[in-house]
Design a protein around this ligand. Structure first.
Ligand SMILES: [Zn+2]
Length: 263
């Protein structure tokens, strides 16, 4: 079977274990069903996720022009504290920014390799945690807009990490942490504006990934350099495909690549 299409981050279903789908324009692959089977992947082109043109991908699946111009790649995406829609202030397209920023957001603690703080739209829970390969997570505050979530994250970053160590996450080199204790410990650092939104009662969410064999020394596949790769799939965690020979492939950071997948 040959599938061809532009890579976008895998769609997921929060089941035990998590179910993954590679979705193409006219077709999809249920990736869990490929475990223990050989896969061949080939780079055949590029397709910007915004303009659709065959241009080199710059960041987040966008060509350089779109990355610097389109509202869905504004700085406030990666840095929520820069959000200004709540002030009626435009960055690139106020209508779009209002739609995305002025909705419930969650600041959470997730443990993928270490405890880290993060921000997501409420509608993206638990998708965001799945994408990060977190095996446990808990909400800290639920606020009405992205700005409040952003300033909370910034304040907490001084006391807890905001990055995942992807190698340790993939090796499953993880330690169970009591995130409820962490939440209580961090409460005093939440900015006054966000404190009324503190969540006291939620319990931890636990996530189970379909991995049969963790890589001992993960090495990242760069399809832009190598152009094609063949290997046996032994796991899926976060947005990574894990192969038997220790090769790992981050689907999300390869968005916009047009690939041919041979099963
Ligand atoms: Zn583009």
């Amino acid at each position: 079977m040959v599938y061809k299409g532009v890579l976008t981050k895998m769609q997921t279903e929060f089941l035990e274990p998590i179910q993954y789908y590679l979705v193409f324009e006219n077709d999809f692959i249920h990736v869990n069903q490929l475990l223990n089977k050989p896969i061949e992947m080939k780079l055949v082109g590029y397709q910007c996720l915004s303009c659709g043109l065959d241009r080199p991908i710059f960041r987040q699946g966008f060509c350089k022009t779109c990355f610097f111009e389109k509202p869905l790649a504004g700085d406030w995406i990666m840095r929520p504290e820069l959000s200004t829609a709540h002030l009626d202030k435009e960055d690139r397209d106020l209508e779009y920014e209002k739609k995305v920023q002025l909705q419930p957001h969650i600041v959470y603690l997730a443990n993928s390799s270490n405890v880290k703080v993060g921000v997501t739209r409420k509608s993206q829970v638990p998708t965001r945690w799945i994408d990060q390969g977190a095996h446990e997570a808990v909400e800290i505050v639920e606020v009405p807009n992205r700005y409040l979530a952003g300033i909370t994250e910034v304040a907490l970053k001084d006391h807890v990490a905001d990055k995942t160590n992807w190698r340790n996450m993939l090796k499953n080199d993880v330690k169970d942490e009591d995130l409820l204790i962490w939440r209580q410990k961090l409460k005093k650092y939440i900015p006054d504006e966000a404190l009324p939104y503190f969540i006291e009662s939620n319990t931890e969410t636990h996530l189970h990934f379909p991995v049969e064999q963790y890589p001992s020394k993960p090495k990242s596949l760069n399809l832009k350099k190598q152009e094609s790769y063949a290997g046996e799939l032994v796991g899926i965690k976060g947005q990574y495909l894990i192969f038997k020979d220790n090769t790992v492939f981050n689907v999300r950071s390869n968005e916009g690549l047009v690939v041919e997948i041979n099963l």
